[in-house]
Design a protein around this ligand. Structure first.
Ligand SMILES: [Zn+2]
Ligand SMILES: [Zn+2]
Length: 603
């Protein structure tokens, strides 16, 4: 753990120091360029500049070369402390308005002392000065000269304000070694190839319509097959774990969200209200399913014998995301959530919570997720009454309950302050796709607040009324996010059980059509999803088409196959072709689908 921390600090210092090197190189090559600022980011760093003459892609190799020169010099960093007035005078003399503004803003906030970092050349000469709080490598020689690359240029407004100057942002990827940089670049390439927006279009899985609106995905028939297969998985797993299914409307009155606290804590993520003629109050599209589920819980008197009570629904929610933040299926305004709410007593909490975590691990295996991290998101005492419900004692107690459950389940986790839900702590699960990209997928939250606000209660063993704890969980995330992830994870070539078309039938010539149609009919009877690629095109062309559509099996039927009642089975992921009897193909394929196997067993 400690080692990780120091590696992380070292990497941060390297990337931060590299940002100064970038600024130094740019100002040397382009005198008169105004510097803004440049922080480290999760794959390197960037720096914002105001150029007198626009910069182009062709200029980047020269900048990289200059950066390498600076790195080779082994410049060191000296940190000087100045009063605000001295610092303002310094940057005014250099005609650097952004630095002056930053120092003046700090002074307005009561900070009257700032630090400068001065780069020192090999002879102790001052080569560059920046406004900076420190945290550098000892010498620029510690920056791996082959571990960085300028990635791109982008426009960025000063202070993110579109009324202010438009600056040029230079992004740099930076890693401890050339190999790690290359791995990162390969991952980006692969991510481009597997981009869920690109593959979603090519494989005809989902679409957006300008007339429907941004962030509102429409599932095509092929994409709906995938969503349905996932939903069936959830129904099966949840039924076995004792969940009961419910169905609830997409809208509710504002008074419900007033009671739950959503209008107080969550309003900015909700669509604006609707006013209905002749009705009092307003209606909202639901941003979460819990308030509806809570109504069902409250509809009857509950006893401790009824608990735990688990309501599950693939509930459709609406969230008012900023239009600029929308991104394919990953950030949308309409989402179908693998939701459930479990009402439990304090004694039942741990077992139920662990049960949910075990469900995650089962799903990870099915989807071939090998790397994941569970993050325990906690409250921040400073935000009580604002971002979080104001009950310090209950926050501490439930956070401790979650820690203890994680410990007993022997599941590793990291703690993250100030990221909890407004009603309680939560476990967010981050997973890495097959190409090493990170996604936040699932969530498991504890709610000690809303049930009391809605008057949810049960009669305990001793006859007293108690408020249940609610566990919110969504191990399969939303259809939108999970399918987006799975497209990248499998590069569009889904396991049989998820594939929109599981097998394509390819008669070699017209004369094989009767036999091929008979096979098609048999497979359909077994529920195997097939398509028929008739012989108007050459066999080679049809095989390429089947591969392009990423259909797991291509079944070729010619003279030999008709005669021996067999199939030439081409496995698109292994690219192997084997001949098996029709019977064997059917048996193995049905078994693979039922077992939700990752790889098809034939070929
Ligand atoms: Zn610095
Ligand atoms: Zn919920």
């Amino acid at each position: 753990m400690e080692k990780q921390e120091s590696d992380h600090d070292g990497l941060h210092a390297m990337r931060h120091s590299l940002a100064h090197v970038l600024a130094q190189a740019v100002t040397k090559l382009r005198p008169g360029t105004k510097v803004a600022l440049g922080p480290p980011i999760d794959y390197g760093c960037y720096y914002d500049f105001l150029f007198a003459e626009p910069l182009s892609e062709e200029d980047l190799p020269t900048i990289e070369k200059e950066m390498r020169k600076i790195i080779h010099q082994g410049q060191t960093f000296r940190v000087d402390t100045l009063s605000s007035d001295e610092a303002v005078a310094f940057w005014e003399a250099r005609k650097e308005p952004f630095k002056v503004e930053m120092i003046q803003d700090l002074a307005k906030q009561g900070v009257h002392e700032v630090t400068h970092v001065v780069n020192l050349g090999p002879k102790g000469d001052e080569t560059f000065v920046d406004l900076c709080r420190g945290g550098h490598v000892e010498s620029t020689k510690a920056i791996p000269v082959d571990g960085f690359k300028i990635m791109s240029l982008a426009g960025a407004y000063w202070r993110g304000d579109e009324k202010r100057e438009q600056l040029t942002r230079i992004y740099v990827a930076a890693f401890p070694s050339e190999k790690e940089l290359q791995d990162y670049l390969t991952m980006l390439e692969e991510a481009k190839r597997r981009d869920h927006r690109k593959l979603g279009k090519e494989l005809d899985l989902f679409m957006f319509s300008e007339d429907v609106g941004p962030g509102l995905p429409l599932w095509t028939p092929r994409g709906t097959v995938i969503a349905d297969a996932i939903e069936n998985l959830a129904r099966e797993t949840e039924a076995a774990a004792g969940y009961l299914r419910v169905r609830t409307p997409h809208i509710a009155k504002g008074r419900l969200y007033e009671k739950t606290g959503h209008l107080q804590h969550y309003k900015q993520s909700m669509f604006p209200p609707m006013k209905l003629a002749g009705e009092e109050g307003e209606y909202y599209l639901k941003p979460m399913n819990c308030p509806h589920h809570h109504q069902i819980f409250a509809s009857q008197q509950r006893s401790y014998r009824d608990l735990p009570l688990r309501y599950a629904e693939y509930g459709h929610c609406y969230r008012y995301e900023d239009s600029g933040a929308l991104f394919g299926l990953m950030r949308v305004r309409s989402l179908s959530m693998n939701d459930a709410h479990m009402y439990v007593t304090e004694e039942q909490f741990e077992e139920e919570f662990i049960g949910v975590l075990k469900m995650y691990l089962y799903y990870f295996e099915l989807f071939d997720i090998k790397k994941y991290v569970m993050r325990l998101s906690l409250h921040d005492p400073k935000e009580l009454g604002k971002k979080y419900v104001d009950n310090a004692a209950l926050w501490l107690k439930t956070e401790e309950m979650v820690r203890s459950a994680m410990k007993h389940a022997k599941i590793a986790y990291t703690e993250v302050p100030n990221e909890a839900a407004f009603y309680g702590p939560k476990i967010d699960v981050e997973v890495w796709s097959a190409i090493g990209r990170e996604f936040t997928l699932a969530t498991n939250q504890v709610d000690f607040d809303v049930p009391a606000k809605l008057g949810l209660k049960y009669i305990d063993r001793d006859g007293s009324e108690k408020v249940p704890i609610c566990i919110h969980r969504a191990p399969l995330s939303t259809h939108e996010r999970l399918v987006g992830f799975l497209i990248e994870q499998f590069a569009g070539l889904f396991p049989l059980w998820l594939a929109p078309v599981q097998a394509a039938i390819l008669p070699v010539a017209d004369v094989h059509e009767t036999a091929a149609r008979a096979v098609e009919a048999e497979l359909k009877t077994l529920g195997i999803r097939t398509s028929y690629l008739d012989s108007t095109d050459t066999l080679g062309k049809r095989i390429r088409e089947g591969e392009r559509l990423k259909i797991p099996y291509l079944l070729v039927i010619g003279d030999r196959e008709v005669e021996s009642k067999s199939l030439a089975v081409r496995n698109v992921s292994t690219k192997k072709q084997v001949t098996v009897s029709i019977e064997e193909f059917m048996e193995k394929t049905v078994a693979d689908i039922r077992a939700r196997k990752l790889m098809p067993s034939i070929g």
